[in-house]
Design a protein around this ligand. Sequence first.
Ligand SMILES: NC(=O)c1ccc[n+]([C@@H]2O[C@H](COP(=O)([O-])OP(=O)(O)OC[C@H]3O[C@@H](n4cnc5c(N)ncnc54)[C@H](O)[C@@H]3O)[C@@H](O)[C@H]2O)c1
Length: 307
Amino acid sequence: MTDFAGKIAFITGGASGAGFGMAQVFSEAGMKVVIADVRRDHIEEAMDYFRQTEAEVHAIELDVTDREGFAAAADEVERVFGSAPDLLILNAGVNVGGPVESSTYEDFDWIIGVCFGGVINGMMTFVPRMIKAGKGGHIAATASYGAFGAYPFVAPYSAAKAATLNLMESYYLALERYGIGVSVLTPANINSNIYDAALKTRPEKYKNTGYSVSEEGQLRMASFNRKGLEPRDLAMRLKKGIEDGIFLIVPYEHGGRMVELAMDRFKHYTSVEGMKYLKEKAKQPPTEEEIALMNERENFEVSKIKR
Ligand SMILES: NC(=O)c1ccc[n+]([C@@H]2O[C@H](COP(=O)([O-])OP(=O)(O)OC[C@H]3O[C@@H](n4cnc5c(N)ncnc54)[C@H](O)[C@@H]3O)[C@@H](O)[C@H]2O)c1
């Protein structure tokens, strides 16, 4: 997809952070944009911004785990802008960290429900409508660099993101014949508000957590996020990736090498020698190349690296 002007974009989690950056960039490219978000406060802030612009932006309060809500949102897009979206971005996500062995079912249900379930619900709602509309188009999901690794402190999140990457590859292969492109975006640290999801977005029914969640911990997370990639820069990389027809958009200059190194572990997991190699490697300090790539991803000098 290279021509955006006059077309319709639908962005979940579009009222904050990465999604808000995407709403800005695609509306500036001339698109009519729908931002769908569960947080009323985020929607109000985003719409305050768009009211100062010429952009055609429509907001819908939607919980991406709500399938009926998704269908109603899709009907609303057709009512307001006259047709199914040309560009669908399934971006809503939440995260909270804690030891995987302390996780509750509610930790899994909330994080996987939003991060992976929200993508499934978006695809189930919109793919048939986009095919029926016969206009082609593009679908992108925001996964995470976490999709390439296993991170015991954010295990439900990285599992959901790995599943998203895999699912979208199936759709990439399936939807080409309808003229619908598919991409996955895998950023690392973003300057967003994801740090406050555990205290402000998590629904009451999922309150039972096995992790230690505190204001102090969220503030520490916030100061880390503040150093991350700017949402508008990320959105520009997404737009370029869509224009170039790239499936896996790793938004860094050395993205291909990062993926190569991250996935290399799987071949070692298959043999006795490989297992020994990985255990030895875990005791070694990171190589200069690994440090340079980590700094590039996190967007700041990572001086103390815990392995
Ligand atoms: N912040 C990071 O460092 C980082 C890194 C890699 C990937 N990501 C991914 O980027 C995406 C965007 O997150 P962000 O970092 O911009 O965070 P953010 O919190 O600033 O924005 C996420 C938006 O999603 C919304 N949301 C949460 N639950 C929802 C639900 N059930 N239904 C609808 N909307 C919901 C939130 O209200 C928020 O407006 C997520 O998929 C996240 O996992 C973030």
